[in-house]
Ligand binder design. Structure first.
Ligand SMILES: [Zn+2]
Ligand SMILES: [Zn+2]
Length: 601
């Protein structure tokens, strides 16, 4: 008799009869509610056999891909991410991964080509979690050495990338290893086969995005997470696990190691290092790149361009170098407003402000164009005006300043091929100044760029996001280090109006930023000193259920939102709470309502 749980949002396990022993962690097919369903075997059932038990239909994994360590992991996930264990196991090993992999061949090992550094700091013996930051070359050399150590000791490596297309930039350090990509573009049967080969020791390295963190690693393995601050590492659907948390838990359960590399540490990572839960390894910078903060309140500013920035553009152009200016505000003007009644034109679909692009208004989120109205839709007067400086207006100002030079802006409504054309033009050197939105990441060759300027470093700070300062800090420091890494002939500038201290800290890597953030977060109970949860209640009795729930959890939480919010998606309500990060938190079943809990990050 075996105990299984099903990949359904129901808590608890079910017992079935099996003629042969089924190892824990194997998937089986069982009859359930008049249908066939896949189930995860948890082991032998303890309770006394009952007459009415049904028989399992089939064993899917002869050798389980879910090890005892991962069964423990599923228990941890159940608690940590407020999900039934069956749903956690479904994330660990999705039900569709099965079958015979026809025409499947493991890729041949690539030759090892990377030119690596010899002198590197050692991997700290403990703690088992390590954050590595520094130039790309430094990170790669460090990772290669640690992978060699692990693999020569018969361990295996999970190599995580934020997006699959970033895997190719690490190909050079994977040379000589038996490595396979674990992408969602592969057939489920091929992915299943890769997991089997990895578990069986036929592969040394598995490369994939966040879901690869659940690959069958075995004892004393190594989990590597590149681009560690990218938000693709947080699962978007329930259970919303954090890849980093899962990786650390797995390393702990399997006597393995976890190395995350990327730019500056997040506030939580810094705190973990401070508390001894992780170690930080940084590259010593030989020649710090030139970085400037421009306080817009202390400068004369024209069309969003400060006099200091103008001076720097001029000297870059004089040295026959290019300048790239980053502004997230597309269009000519950023909004279209009635000067009489202050009415602002907004997108009908999403409610965002429309920017002015040519003779149209444009929603950059919905990619929708509407014609410019002649009269104000509210007061009917002919008083509609442009407001705010978009990239187009900025470009026209700079063209007047530098009439000899070739200056362009990426339009708000530029298509993918428009963008491709303009970035290629820039890379070829056919443009002197380019004002771009976030698409500038497509530029690979920065050798002719002498100046990179962030026109508005504050733009993330205007919302009510409690993590906005951290996001700004991480964004600016990663931008600055990826642009000017190892170069002394280039300048990185950031213009700011409301946060000169924050921007200065980001550009200089000043650690006092973290201490300040921790002070504020401790005081107002934000992560890492609290976990913020959104409890979503739906169903016909949602409001009564919410009332009861509030009374139940009142004493178990640090803070309770004063009123229920209508939940965004389903019919129902949402309660926001803060809980002690070290305490267990559970909600009892409520009749007539379904409850899901998501962590706000
Ligand atoms: Zn009006
Ligand atoms: Zn819209």
């Amino acid at each position: 008799m075996i105990k299984v749980c099903l990949p359904i949002p129901v808590r608890g396990s079910f017992d079935y009869i099996s003629d042969e022993p089924v190892p824990a962690g194997s998937r089986v097919m069982v009859p359930f509610g008049g249908r066939k369903s896949m189930a995860y075997c948890l082991g032998v059932a303890e309770s006394a056999p009952r007459a009415k038990l049904k028989k399992i239909m089939k064993v899917i994994d002869e050798t389980p891909l879910i090890s005892p360590e991962m069964l423990t992991l599923s228990l941890w996930m159940e608690k940590r991410y407020f999900t039934p264990r069956g749903m956690a196991l479904k994330v660990i090993l999705p039900t569709e991964l099965k079958g015979k992999a026809r025409d499947f061949k493991l890729p041949a090992a690539l030759p090892f080509t990377a030119d690596l550094r010899k002198e590197l700091p050692a991997l700290p013996q403990s703690p088992r979690n390590v954050y590595v930051s520094g130039s790309v070359e430094f990170q790669k050399s460090f990772l290669r050495r640690e992978m060699e150590k692990t693999i020569s000791a018969a361990g295996r490596v999970i190599f995580l990338v934020p997006l699959m297309n970033e895997a190719s930039s690490f190909e050079d350090i994977l040379g000589g290893f038996r490595a396979a990509r674990f992408g969602s573009d592969l057939l489920p049967s091929h992915r299943y086969r890769i997991l089997c080969d990895f578990r069986g020791g036929k592969l040394d390295v598995i490369i994939g995005t966040r879901s690869a963190v659940f690959a069958p690693l075995g004892e004393k393995g190594l989990i590597i997470m590149t681009g560690a601050q990218k938000k693709t590492y947080i699962e978007e659907q329930h259970p919303r696990y954090s890849t980093e948390e899962v990786a650390m838990k797995r390393a702990e359960l399997s006597s393995g190691r976890f190395i995350a590399c990327g730019g500056a540490l997040s506030v939580e990572q810094f705190y973990r290092v401070k508390k001894g839960g992780a170690a930080a390894v940084c590259e010593k910078n030989a020649a710090p790149p030139r970085r400037r903060v421009c306080d817009l309140l202390e400068e004369s500013v024209n069309f969003g361009v400060s006099s200091e920035l103008l001076k720097n553009i001029k000297s870059a152009l004089n040295e026959k170098k290019q300048a790239l200016l980053y502004s997230p505000r597309g269009g000519w003007a950023t909004s279209y407003v009635c000067s009489a009644c202050k009415f602002v034109m907004k997108c009908e679909k999403c409610g965002r402000k429309l920017c002015v692009s040519g003779f149209n208004l444009y929603c950059s989120s919905c990619k929708k164009t509407v014609p410019v109205p002649e009269r104000c839709p509210r007061c009917r007067r002919k008083k509609m005006k442009n407001r705010g400086i978009g990239r187009g207006l900025m470009a026209s100002f700079l063209r007047k300043q530098f009439p000899e030079n070739r200056i362009a802006a990426v339009d708000a409504d530029a298509t993918a091929s428009d963008k491709k054309r303009i970035y290629e033009k820039y890379e070829k050197g056919d443009l002197d100044v380019l004002i771009s939105g976030p698409g500038f990441a497509a530029v690979r060759n920065w050798s002719k760029t002498g100046l990179f300027a962030v026109m508005d470093a504050d733009f993330l700070l205007y919302g009510d996001d409690w993590a906005a300062e951290e996001k700004t800090f991480l964004w600016l420091s990663s931008l600055a280090s990826s642009f000017a890494s190892g170069r002394t002939d280039a300048i990185f500038m950031a213009q700011t109006k409301i946060a000169p201290d924050l921007v200065r800290a980001a550009l200089s890597g000043d650690e006092s930023f973290y201490e300040k953030q921790l002070d504020v977060r401790r005081k107002f109970a934000f992560p890492p000193f609290a976990r913020i949860l959104r409890i979503k209640i739906s169903g016909r009795a949602a409001s009564e259920a919410a009332l009861k729930l509030r009374a139940d959890i009142k004493d178990k939480v640090m803070e309770l939102s004063p009123e229920d919010k209508p939940a965004a998606s389903a019919i129902g309500v949402e309660i926001r709470v803060k809980i002690d990060p070290d305490a267990d938190f559970e909600i009892e079943k409520i009749r007539g309502a379904s409850v899901t809990i998501e962590e706000e990050r």
